[in-house]
Design a protein around this ligand. Sequence first.
Ligand code: HEM
Length: 156
Amino acid sequence: MNLSTLVATSLHTVTAVLWIGGIFLAYRVLRPAAMQLEPSERLSLWMGVFNRFFPWVWGFILVLVVSGYWDWMVRFGGFEAAPFYLHVMHLIGWVMIFLFAWLYFVPFARFKNLVLSYDFVEAGQVMNKQMRPIIALNLFLGVSEAVIGASGPFWS
Ligand code: HEM
């Protein structure tokens, strides 16, 4: 395997682990722990967490896409020659990216405005009804991508 593919595969795996791991911590660990805080403190905490995590996610997405296509082109030589699992990874990958982009530019943008204007009741609604289901879905899709990426080469 040439050096560029080694680097691409490693960067791809590391950014996948950091993205999925960050969602897991937020959803399964921080969320229940933050429930003991008052709504104003809890929602301000979440704004602080997402304001710091989401820029990293944009970076992870850039590295995942570039390293994924690089690895794909160098090792599989093009879309036609690619095994089935890679097409599944590709599709799920873009679904995750579009879900995150929507989360970032729509409910999260609204959530920030509501927290900054101290409307914690409405901010809590946006968090629970609009943001949390997308975060849960991307956690499920991310774990699926990891399974597909690791086990895919052994499917056939
Ligand atoms: C545009 C989107 C994507 C493309 C083109 C892509 C492409 C690839 C390619 C070519 C491989 C190597 C497959 C092999 O070794 O046979 C791979 C592996 C992998 N991908 Fe993706 N991927 C994408 C998105 C994602 C996303 C969003 C995640 C997780 C959040 C992800 C996680 C993984 C993992 C964990 C592996 C296994 C790494 C390894 O080979 O050890 N990928 N991907």
